[in-house]
Structure formats: structure tokens, C-alpha cells
Design a binder for this molecule. Structure first.
Ligand code: FA5
Ligand code: MG
Length: 376
């Protein structure tokens, strides 16, 4: 029925475990995809390097320490791979155990330990969209730098802080630092700052780079929220933090068009890179894609991420993109229909019609049975 190439997947360890993670992405043993990024260009002697922290963390670290409220969508099982959720499916609690969704999960712990400046790197896990720049496991590097209170100011109210010169100084230092890193890594590339919102920084920004004909977001950052510092017992201090998507940086640096390539065994890919050397990827002929549409009436509370996750579960890395191509509501029935175009393509070989049809049929039947949708 299904293709022989389908990977065996870890069994679920909780209500919704990391079912659809690629085989090599399991937390133990940890293996790193071939990321030919020379970290020295990002590191400086002033920053403590932390890169072997356990990716299994408590919701306390990943969310609560960072002022992410209990009803934030990022805490839903449709976004996060839970190991255990004592709070139950509906209720998020600080005691839940999960695969970290960002390296910010370690910010507070490391600051409490007294670290003033650090770079913390690790694998992070998310239920997410499916396209050339999203993968359910990827790598982030967190950077944090605290400033001297004699220079930027110490304890004050949130309003006073936001209006202060110290806050502006830190925001300017943050942008300058990250722009400097980009210039050093990439040379001249088109980049732009976007105002963002993160519960744990204020103000917050994202940096986008123009890549392959479109803007690609590469990092989120901001001035650390006073509440986060207070929770960490550092009410006198201020600083900045950023979180870089390392695969995205490497995509720009090495001209890699699809994030799945970091996971391929194809020698035509792996032989092109040597650690510490900046070689540009030379594309080889791609195998043909195969597109299949699936349309259904969505039930109340339908989460597109649940559908993407089913796609990952059924087809693993053989699914290249899943795109919502049509959405309409039938006013009489009061029902909404979604049509998704699923693009299947292997990075390593040609797929047969037979196996694509088998995958699509499995996706259809699981979408119906597991998500309670009505297929059209
Ligand atoms: C965060 O994860 C914040 N923790 C970043 C941050 C840190 C903000 C410190 C403020 C202070 P975001 O969800 O935007 O933010 O992810 C950060 C980066 O991770 C993105 O810019 C992108 O480069 C990368 N990224 C996010 N999702 C994926 C994915 N599914 N696949 C690959 N890379 C991803
Ligand atoms: Mg973002």
C-alpha cells in the first residue's frame, strides 16, 4: 500500500506526541542535520556558548517564564508537540512537558544562573505550515545580552522604561548587532525590519531577507520585557534577545532552495559542502512534483495545523507544500469548505503514480476519520 520509503515514526508518548517528526528528528539520540554553517561568524568571545540543553522542557520554561498566556494559540496541541499534558488537551498548564518550540525556553533559566550574555543553540520542534521554509524540526540560536544599569537605567515602571533613552539604546544596539551579523554573513542582501509582537519582548521586531523572489523571515527579536526579567529575579536589569532560524540563514548563505534538503542523504547534496567553507549550492535536476487536491467541509474548531500534521504523518518528507487554494462558505448550509493542494516530491528519486495515489488515499481517509471533516 504505502511506499517502502516511508519512515518508521516514533510512537506517541502523550495525547499528541511527535507522531509525524522525521525519524532522525527524534529527541534521542539527537542528530544534527548537515548544517554547514560556521558558527564562529556568529559567535563572539563575550558570549557564553550553551548548546547541549535537553530539548524536552516544561511549559513553565517554554511559555510561562516568557509571559505567554495559558490561552495563547502557540500552547495548543495543534502547534506544540507535547510529551505529557497533565492539564489535558484543553487546558495548558505550567507542568506540561513538551519539545521546546523555541530556544527562548532557556532564556530565563540562563539569566537566573547569572549569565549576562549568551548564545544558546538547539533543535526546536513545531507543528507548522508545510512549504520550502518550514519544517517540523529546525534549529534556532538564541542570543541574549544584558546591559549595565549604570548606562541604561535600573528598576522602573514598565511605562517609564519604554519611554526611556535606555530602552532606545538597547533597541538600536540590537538592530545594529543583527544587521552587522547579516552584512558579515551575506554581504549585500536586501533586508527589512518588521514590527512584531512577542509577549516576552517589548518592542519586538522581525528581520526579513529578500530570497528567491520573496521576503523570508529569518529572526525574531526585541528588548526583553520587564516582566520576564522580574520573573527571573532581575528587576534591576535590561537587555535584548533574539532568536535566529539557522536553516533559514543557511538557505540564504548557501543558496539552498528547500529546507528539506538539510535532511536528504543524496550524495549530490551532501558532497557539495565542507564544514567551514562557504560553497554555493549547485542545483541538480529535481524530480518531478505531483499535485493532488483535497476538499472538505470543515467542522467547528478546525485547525489547519492538524491537517498539515496528518500530511506529515502520512507522507513524511515526500510532501513539499500544502497550500490552501480555495475557501468558501455556503450561506444556506452555514458551512465552510477548504480545498488544499498537496504537492508531493521526493528530493532523492521519482515517485510512482501508484504510491502517490496510495498516500493521497490514506490522507483522505485519515482526514475524514481523525479530523471529523466531510470530504467533498
Ligand atoms: C521565536 O521563536 C522567538 N522565540 C524569537 C525571539 C527570541 C523573539 C528572542 C524575541 C526574543 P519565531 O516563531 O518568529 O520567533 O521563530 C524565529 C525564527 O525561527 C523565524 O524567524 C524563522 O527563521 C525560524 N522558524 C520558525 N518556524 C520555522 C519552521 N517551521 N521551520 C524552519 N524555521 C522556522
Ligand atoms: Mg516569526
Amino acid at each position: 500500500m504505502a511506499s517502502s520509503r516511508r519512515r518508521s515514526r516514533p510512537t506517541s508518548t502523550g495525547a499528541r506526541g511527535p507522531l509525524a517528526l522525521p525519524r532522525r528528528a527524534r529527541p534521542e539520540p539527537l542528530t544534527t542535520p548537515r548544517l554547514p554553517l560556521d558558527r564562529r561568524s556568529l559567535e563572539s568571545a563575550d558570549f557564553a556558548i550553551v548548546d547541549s540543553l535537553d530539548p524536552v522542557v516544561k511549559a513553565q520554561q517554554c511559555f510561562d517564564d516568557l509571559l505567554i498566556p495559558a490561552d495563547h494559540p502557540g500552547r495548543l496541541p495543534s502547534d506544540t508537540y507535547y510529551i505529557s499534558r497533565p492539564g489535558g488537551k484543553e487546558e495548558s498548564s505550567a507542568a506540561d512537558t513538551l519539545l521546546r518550540t523555541h530556544t527562548s525556553a532557556h532564556q530565563s533559566t540562563l539569566m537566573r544562573e547569572g549569565k549576562e550574555a549568551f548564545l544558546c543553540t538547539g533543535d526546536v520542534y513545531r507543528r507548522d505550515e508545510i512549504d520550502a521554509s518550514h519544517f517540523p524540526v529546525f534549529h534556532q540560536m538564541e542570543g541574549v545580552k544584558l546591559f549595565d544599569p549604570a548606562v541604561v537605567g535600573g528598576a522602573m515602571t514598565r511605562e517609564e522604561w519604554l519611554a526611556s533613552e535606555g530602552c532606545q539604546l538597547i533597541a538600536a544596539d540590537l538592530k545594529k548587532t543583527l544587521e552587522g551579523m547579516c552584512d558579515e554573513l551575506f554581504g549585500p542582501v536586501e533586508k527589512r525590519w518588521i514590527d512584531e509582537y512577542f509577549p516576552f519582548t517589548e518592542p519586538s521586531f522581525e528581520l526579513e531577507i529578500f530570497y528567491n523572489g520573496d521576503w523570508m523571515e529569518v529572526l525574531g527579536c526585541g528588548v526583553i520585557h520587564s516582566g520576564v526579567l522580574e520573573n527571573a529575579g532581575l528587576q534591576e536589569r535590561h537587555g535584548w534577545a533574539f532568536g535566529l532560524g539557522l536553516e533559514r540563514l543557511a538557505m540564504v548563505l548557501f543558496a539552498i532552495p528547500d529546507i528539506r534538503l538539510f535532511w536528504t542523504d543524496d550524495k549530490r547534496f551532501t558532497k557539495q559542502f565542507t564544514a567551514g567553507q562557504y560553497d554555493t549550492f549547485k542545483p541538480y535536476s529535481k524530480y518531478p512534483p505531483c499535485k493532488k487536491d483535497i476538499a472538505f467541509w470543515i467542522p467547528d474548531g478546525f485547525e489547519p495545523n492538524d491537517f498539515y500534521e496528518l500530511g506529515r504523518g502520512v507522507a513524511g518528507e515526500l510532501v513539499e507544500t500544502v497550500a490552501l487554494i480555495d475557501e468558501f462558505t455556503n450561506p444556506k448550509k452555514g458551512k465552510t469548505s477548504h480545498c488544499y493542494r498537496v504537492t508531493y516530491r521526493s528530493m532523492d528519486r521519482s515517485l510512482t503514480d501508484e504510491e502517490i495515489n496510495a498516500l493521497q488515499n490514506e490522507l483522505r481517509s485519515k482526514t475524514e476519520s481523525e479530523l471529523g471533516v466531510e470530504l467533498r
